[in-house]
Design a protein around this ligand. Structure first.
Ligand code: PLP
Length: 447
């Protein structure tokens, strides 16, 4: 209670309703091990969100602690500015290049996913300006996409409430509809809707003029928007559209990167050839803050041969301790074959078990890809009508928490993204806890 009071008095936390916080206080999380966390009252909770989609190797990995301690003793800080560098950054960039999609060999380090997307915005404009095309500065992204909280990140993102609070987006950014079939597909089949949603990119490019468009940015699967898994026709059609124009493809891998889909990157899962790939989160499994932009050969060539100085970077770009932890994190993912295990074992198992939840009266759709999952909570399965009040998801989230499971609510969509080390037995536990929360929510709504 003291901790809660001090928290309320002194911490302004991100993405929190401050009036609700005043009324109820925040849960204090004190420890983690494997896929579980504990709160200050001693409750053990299965972390179905891997923190914020990031604790890929699970909590309590001593190797990561040791890697950080060793690097702190050796060289706790140095920077990559002005033609200096250090060993962890070099080794990490080389390691990342070895798992990146074909044609990506260079890494620009940042401190977070938001910084990565700010870097993207500046880098694509610099890329075109270097080639005498400064008018190519528009960036097209998607409604309900999430690309971070900085001014550029929130502008690239398509979150309405974020735009309304900050008078965003900044100029030269425009958005197209998301490929959210369950919510917005109307009477179209998923395949028809996937084509329709991708064709909106073509329409938007024509509206702005291809000569003015620098890049299209999108998440392979929209995470914070509600685990929006695009219909099978979506990405192939986007690729066809982009092939008609000279426009860069930026794939935001902040969530999908480092194994989430069962491939190293979502781009490999969907067979995409990005020019730029912002990453963060799973890069260090969240043990330390770090991000990067992976840069494809076309952009790298212009930057390194024509660009001169790129006036951009962060004090903590490539921070040596974070880089040492990221390297060790990648070693764990590789040596323990964690990404392969997701692809061959746990993702197929989750898909099967998650689909069984579709028989619940409250569930209109149960979908997964890799270790990402979503449940659409509805009043009526046929019409997809939601319960009035718009708080079904929040109710369900509360029941989850009280039963020992973290699931996130995005409106009335419940989502999961557990640590990649989750076992099949633990998936059974997660699904059973989710069903219990659905039952409790349904009983409450029907009362
Ligand atoms: N991009 C995507 C797809 C994300 O999901 C997030 C965070 O959730 C970000 C960017 C922003 O990353 P960060 O919170 O590290 O700034």
């Amino acid at each position: 209670q003291n901790l809660q009071a001090d928290s309320r008095d002194h911490v302004l936390p991100p993405f929190t309703d401050y009036q609700a916080l005043n009324a109820k206080g925040a849960r204090v999380i004190t420890k983690g091990d494997g896929i579980y966390i504990w709160d200050s009252e001693g409750h053990k909770i299965l972390d179905g969100m891997a923190g914020l989609w990031c604790v890929n190797v699970g909590y309590g990995r001593q190797e990561l602690v040791d890697a950080a301690a060793k690097q702190m003793q050796e060289l706790p800080f140095y920077n990559l500015f002005f033609q200096t560098t250090h060993v962890p950054a070099i080794e990490l960039a080389k390691e990342i290049a070895s798992i990146a999609p074909e044609g990506m060999h260079k890494v620009f380090f940042t401190g977070s996913g938001s910084e990565s997307n700010d870097t993207v915005l500046r880098m694509v404009r610099h890329f075109w300006a270097c080639q005498g095309k400064p008018e190519k500065k528009w960036i097209i992204s998607r409604l309900n996409g999430y690309h971070g909280s900085t001014v550029a990140g929130a502008s690239l993102g398509g979150m309405k409430p974020m735009h309304e609070q900050g008078d965003l987006p900044i100029p030269y950014i425009d958005h197209i509809p998301q490929p959210y079939w369950f919510g917005e597909g109307g009477n179209m089949t998923p395949d028809e809707f996937g084509v329709w949603a991708a064709e909106q990119l073509d329409k938007k490019i024509q509206e702005i003029g291809a000569d003015n468009v620098a890049a299209f940015i999108a998440e392979p699967i929209q995470g914070a928007g509600g685990v929006i898994i695009p219909p099978a026709t979506y990405w192939p059609t986007i690729k066809k559209v982009l092939a008609k124009y000279d426009i860069l493809l930026v794939v935001d891998e902040v969530i999908c990167g480092f194994g989430r889909t069962g491939e190293w990157f979502g781009s490999q899962y969907f067979d995409l050839k990005p020019d730029l790939m912002p990453v963060a989160k799973g890069m260090t499994s969240g043990y330390l803050p770090m991000g990067a932009v992976l840069v494809g050969d076309r952009v790298a060539k212009v930057l390194t041969e024509q660009g001169g100085e790129f006036y951009h970077g962060f004090t903590y770009s490539g921070h040596p301790v974070a880089a040492a932890v990221a390297l060790e994190n990648l070693r764990i993912l590789k040596n323990e074959h964690i990404v392969t295990q997701v692809k061959e074992k746990t993702a197929p198992y989750l898909q099967k078990k998650w689909a069984e939840l579709a028989d619940h009266p409250l569930v209109g759709e149960a979908r997964t890809t890799g270790l990402l999952g979503a449940l659409e909570l509805v009043k009526d399965k046929q019409s997809r009508e939601r319960f009035p009040g718009g708080n079904t998801g929040m109710r369900c989230r509360e029941h989850c928490f009280n039963n020992g499971l973290v699931m996130r609510a995005v409106g009335d969509t419940m989502i999961i993204s557990p640590p990649l080390v989750i076992t099949c037995e633990q998936i059974d536990e997660l699904v059973a806890l989710a069903r219990k929360a659905l039952d409790a929510t349904w009983a409450e709504l029907k009362a």
